[in-house]
Design a protein. Structure first.
Length: 518
C-alpha cells in the first residue's frame, strides 16, 4: 500500500492538489460563503486550517477550476470568472520589532504595485492600500477580492510591549479602515484570526462584517470531523495501530482522546485538530504536536494572576457576547482561551443562555498545564535535584505514591515567598496529578460526596483528599466515611487513598499526609 502524503503545515491549496497530498474537501463551503455577504470574519485556533481555507478561496477567485476537478465546488453552479485577489498574511513575522508590521505591509504593497504597474505617490500604507484596490478594479474591470490571514497576529502576545502594541493597533485600525471606505470596489473580503478583538477597526467601524465563527452552518469549515478522519485517513490509522500493537478501534479512541473535542457552535460536530492528527499519522506516534508549536505564555499568566484555579478551568461558563469579543484591557482570560482553542463548548444551557466550557482534549490539557505549572511551582529539569517533573510522573506510573508525596512535600516547603494559601497548594498538586496521570478527575461525585482529586494510570488508582490547617486524620476519615473507594471495588488496579493537610502554622509549615492501600 502506497504511503499517503500528509500536508503537515502546508497552506497552499494548489501545491497540495498538484503534488498529490491528502486533501479533505472543504470546497462545498464556497457557495454559501458567497451568499453570506461582502465581508466575512472567521475565528479559529492556530494551525487549524485557516490559511489553507484562504488559499482555497484564492484559487477559486482566480478562476483556477482545474485544481477543483473531482471536488465539491466543481459540481456546483459557481461563477469561475477570475477576479483580482489581494492577499495579506500576518502569520510569520516578529511584530515586537519596531517596524516589523509596517515593513511586512509595505512588502505586500510593493509586490502588488509592481504587478499592476503602479508608481506609489501616497506615503502611508493605508493610502497605498486604497490606491491599490482602486487600480486593481480599474485595470481588470472586476471588483477586488481581499483575503487577510491572521489579522490579529501583530497584537497577540504584544501587550507586554505597550508602546509597540499601541502602534500596531493604530496601524491596523487605519489599514483595515479601507475595507469600509472602498466597499464599492470590493467583491468579497474574508478575514481570519485567532480572536475577535474589540477596539480594532474591522469590528468597531465595519458594521456589515459578518462573523461566522459560532454559526452552526460553518462550525466544521476548519478542522476534521470524525467522518472526515475515517474517510480520508483510514490507511494511516491502520499503520499507526499496527505500530502501537493495538486494534483499529483502540487507536481511533486514542486519537479521539488526544486530538478531538473542539466544538465551535452548539449544533456543529466535535472536531479533531488537523495539524496534530496529520503529525501523529506521519510520525506514527501520539504526542503533543500542537502544544509544541508554541502555547501563548501570557494565557497561563492571565489564569494565574486572575485567581482562576486550574481545577476550575473545566467548569467555567460565559455568554455568547463574552465569548465573541476580546479586549486586552479585560482581566477575564476565559473568552481568549475559548477563541485560541484552550477551551471549547461542552454544553449550552438554553434557559440561562450560557455556554459551559472545558478543555477540549488531552493534548490541550497537557500543553496548557505544562505552561501553567511553572507559574505556581519552580520545577526543574536539572538531574539530581529530586524535583524533576519526570520523577513525579515515574512515581505515579510505578505505584510509588510515598515517593511522590515526599517530593511534593519538599516542593511545597521550598516555594519562594510567603504569600501562599490553600488554592496555591491545591493547584500545584492538581497540575502535577494531571500531567503525571493518564486521566484525572476533580470533585468526583459519589453517593455520599465528592473527592478532591482522583488519578488513574494503567495499573493504579489514586484518591486524594486535601485539608488546609486542619488534620490528616480528618482528610482520611472523609475518604473512608464517604466510601470514595467503593465505586472501584471491581477494578483490578491497585487503589491508594491519600489524606493530606497543608499546614501553614509557622512552627510546622508543610505538607502532612497518610497513605492507605486497598
Amino acid at each position: 500500500m502506497e504511503t499517503p502524503r500528509y500536508p503537515i503545515g502546508m497552506q497552499t491549496f494548489s501545491k497540495i492538489i498538484d503534488e498529490g497530498y491528502v486533501y479533505v474537501d472543504k470546497t462545498a463551503y464556497i457557495k454559501p460563503l458567497l451568499k453570506q455577504g461582502q465581508f466575512i470574519f472567521l475565528s479559529r485556533p492556530r494551525r487549524f486550517g485557516k490559511s489553507l481555507l484562504l488559499s482555497t478561496l484564492q484559487a477559486y477567485f482566480e478562476g483556477r477550476r482545474e485544481l477543483f476537478k473531482g471536488l465539491d465546488a466543481d459540481r456546483m453552479d459557481l461563477d469561475w470568472t477570475p477576479s483580482p485577489v489581494l492577499r495579506f498574511d500576518f502569520n510569520a513575522e516578529d511584530f515586537s520589532n519596531e517596524k516589523g508590521l509596517q515593513h511586512l505591509i509595505e512588502w505586500y504593497l510593493r509586490d502588488y504595485e509592481k504587478f499592476y504597474g503602479i508608481e506609489p505617490e501616497d506615503t502611508t500604507v493605508s493610502q497605498r492600500f486604497k490606491s491599490l484596490i482602486k487600480a486593481a478594479f480599474e485595470q481588470t474591470g472586476r471588483q477586488v477580492v481581499i483575503l487577510i490571514d491572521e489579522y490579529d497576529k501583530p497584537l497577540l502576545g504584544m501587550e507586554e510591549f505597550n508602546e509597540m502594541f499601541e502602534k500596531n493597533q493604530r496601524m491596523l485600525k487605519s489599514f483595515y479602515g479601507n475595507l469600509k471606505s472602498m466597499d464599492n470596489y470590493i467583491r468579497f473580503a474574508f478575514i481570519t484570526g485567532v480572536a475577535r478583538f474589540s477596539k480594532v477597526s474591522i469590528f468597531s467601524d465595519l458594521n456589515n462584517l459578518k462573523d461566522i465563527s459560532m454559526d452552526d452552518e460553518y462550525a466544521d469549515i476548519c478542522g476534521l470531523t470524525e467522518n472526515e478522519l475515517l474517510e480520508n485517513f483510514r490507511s494511516g490509522i491502520m499503520t499507526l495501530a499496527k505500530k502501537r500493537e493495538e486494534d483499529f478501534e483502540t487507536t481511533v479512541e486514542v486519537l479521539r482522546n488526544y486530538y478531538d473535542g473542539y466544538l465551535f457552535a452548539v449544533n456543529g460536530s466535535r472536531l479533531y485538530n488537523p495539524y496534530s492528527v496529520l503529525s501523529a499519522l506521519d510520525k506514527k506516534e501520539i504526542s503533543t504536536f500542537w502544544y509544541e508549536t508554541g502555547t501563548p505564555t501570557f494565557l497561563a499568566k492571565w489564569v494565574r494572576n486572575n485567581g482562576i484555579e486550574p481545577r476550575e478551568i473545566n467548569d467555567v461558563a460565559a455568554t455568547k457576547d463574552e465569548l465573541v469579543s476580546v479586549g486586552f484591557d479585560e482581566i477575564d482570560p476565559v473568552p481568549l482561551m475559548f477563541q485560541t482553542g484552550y477551551l471549547t463548548i461542552a454544553h449550552y444551557n438554553r434557559e440561562a443562555e450560557l455556554y459551559e466550557l472545558r478543555l477540549p482534549n488531552r493534548e490541550v490539557e497537557i500543553g496548557f498545564f505544562k505552561h501553567l505549572l511553572p507559574c505556581y511551582a519552580p520545577l526543574t529539569t536539572k538531574r539530581g535535584s529530586g524535583l524533576e517533573f519526570t520523577l513525579f510522573k515515574k512515581d505515579l506510573a510505578s505505584g510509588k505514591i510515598k515517593d511522590f508525596m515526599h517530593r511534593l512535600s519538599i516542593l511545597l516547603k521550598d516555594l519562594p515567598g510567603e504569600d501562599h494559601n490553600e488554592s496555591t497548594y491545591r493547584a500545584i498538586t492538581y497540575l502535577l496529578a494531571v500531567l503525571c496521570g493518564s486521566n484525572t478527575i476533580v470533585k468526583h461525585r459519589s453517593y455520599k460526596g465528592r473527592s478532591d482529586i482522583e488519578v488513574f494510570t494503567g495499573k493504579y488508582i489514586y484518591i486524594f483528599e486535601f485539608k488546609y490547617n486542619r488534620s490528616v486524620k480528618e482528610a482520611m476519615n472523609q475518604i473512608m466515611s464517604r466510601d470514595y473507594a467503593g465505586r472501584y471495588s471491581l477494578d483490578s488496579r491497585t487503589l491508594y487513598l491519600i489524606g493530606a493537610n497543608f499546614n501553614e502554622k509557622k512552627d510546622n509549615r508543610g505538607l502532612e499526609y497518610e497513605i492507605a492501600s486497598c
